[in-house]
Every structure is written in structure tokens, then in C-alpha cells.
Design a protein around this ligand. Structure first.
Ligand SMILES: [Zn+2]
Length: 181
């Protein structure tokens, strides 16, 4: 951030009084511009024994396969965001079957939340952010071409939990691996 969104003045980085972190602060109107993590909400869309994946038409990870998910909009809930993203990316209407994974990714300032979902009537299409969409059996999942670690974890948990048909919520952190010197 270079300029204040309130008044257009250049911002400076400093620790505001009573705070303990550097923030973007406007010296003109005193607005403190907080930057906080973002929530990505999505679904694990199931039809019969298959999982619906989308091949990304946009960066990052263009051409790789993902579960439908995206940034929450203001004034919507995580479940609304998950349903909306599933429609936008895979043109699938879904019923949510419960919260499934919540994965913190602190080094990029994101929290990824996936709901288990049932694809209504097995109907889906290809949204503008996808190159193609497809239902995959377990054997067909393109593990080498999965876009994001959070998606891979969610898929792995599901395939394991499916064996016992118990689907507890999985909470996990994916932390940045520091290069050892
Ligand atoms: Zn300002």
C-alpha cells in the first residue's frame, strides 16, 4: 500500500501508539490501514463415488486441478461463499453436508475452509475461471497436478474418511518450510 484510501496521502509504515506491529498509517488523516488474513471458502463436491474438480483457467496455478473455492465477499457467510464459488467455477448446484477442513496458511495470510457437498442431479458445467471440470474416481485423481496443498489435504482426508464413512472436521496448519542455513 502506497496511498491512503481515505484521503489519497502517501502512507508511512510505523507502529501506532498502543500497538506492537508495523502498520500502514496515514500521517494526514491518521487512518491506520490494517491488513488481515483472507478466508478462502470452497466445497468438496461429490456425486456418487466421484469428486468434482476444476482445471484452473487463471493464475496462480493455471492449468492445475483444484476444488472449487475462492475469496469470501463482504456480507456473505462461509457457506454462501462456498456455494457461490462452486457455481461460478463448476456451474454445479450443491447441498452442503457439513464443514470438513479448516487449514491455516499463515505465510500467505489465508485460511482455507472446505465443506463437503453433494452435486445436485450430478449436473455441472465449466465456469469462466475453469478450463474444464470433471468428476474423478479415486484412481483418476491427478495428484501431480493438484493446484494447492490445502486441496490435496482435503482430498486425502476425504478418501481416508470415506472408508469408515465418518467425516470429522480436520483442522490443520500448513506452515512455510524455512530453509535451514
Ligand atoms: Zn489519509
Amino acid at each position: 500500500m502506497k496511498f491512503c484510501s481515505q484521503c489519497g496521502n502517501p502512507v508511512e509504515q510505523r507502529v501506532p501508539e498502543g500497538d506492537n506491529r508495523h502498520r500502514h498509517v496515514c500521517p494526514n488523516c491518521d487512518t491506520i490501514h490494517y491488513i488481515n488474513p483472507k478466508i478462502v471458502a470452497g466445497t468438496l463436491p461429490i456425486f456418487e463415488d466421484k469428486i468434482l474438480l476444476c482445471r484452473r483457467a487463471i493464475e496462480p496455478r493455471l492449468g492445475y486441478w483444484t476444488l472449487p473455492a475462492g475469496f469470501m465477499e463482504m456480507h456473505e457467510t462461509t457457506s454462501q461463499a462456498a456455494i457461490r464459488e462452486t457455481w461460478e467455477e463448476a456451474e454445479a448446484k450443491v447441498n452442503l453436508d457439513g464443514l470438513y477442513t479448516m487449514i491455516d496458511v499463515p505465510h500467505i495470510g489465508q485460511v482455507h475452509i472446505f465443506y463437503r457437498a453433494t452435486v445436485l442431479n450430478g449436473a455441472f458445467g465449466v465456469g469462466p475461471e475453469s478450463l474444464e471440470t470433471r468428476l474423478f474416481t479415486e484412481q483418476e485423481i491427478p495428484w501431480e497436478d493438484i493446484a494447492f496443498p490445502t486441496v490435496k489435504h482435503t482430498l486425502r482426508h476425504y478418501l481416508e474418511d470415506r472408508l469408515t464413512e465418518t467425516f470429522p472436521v480436520h483442522v490443520k496448519d500448513i506452515t512455510f518450510e524455512r530453509i535451514k542455513s
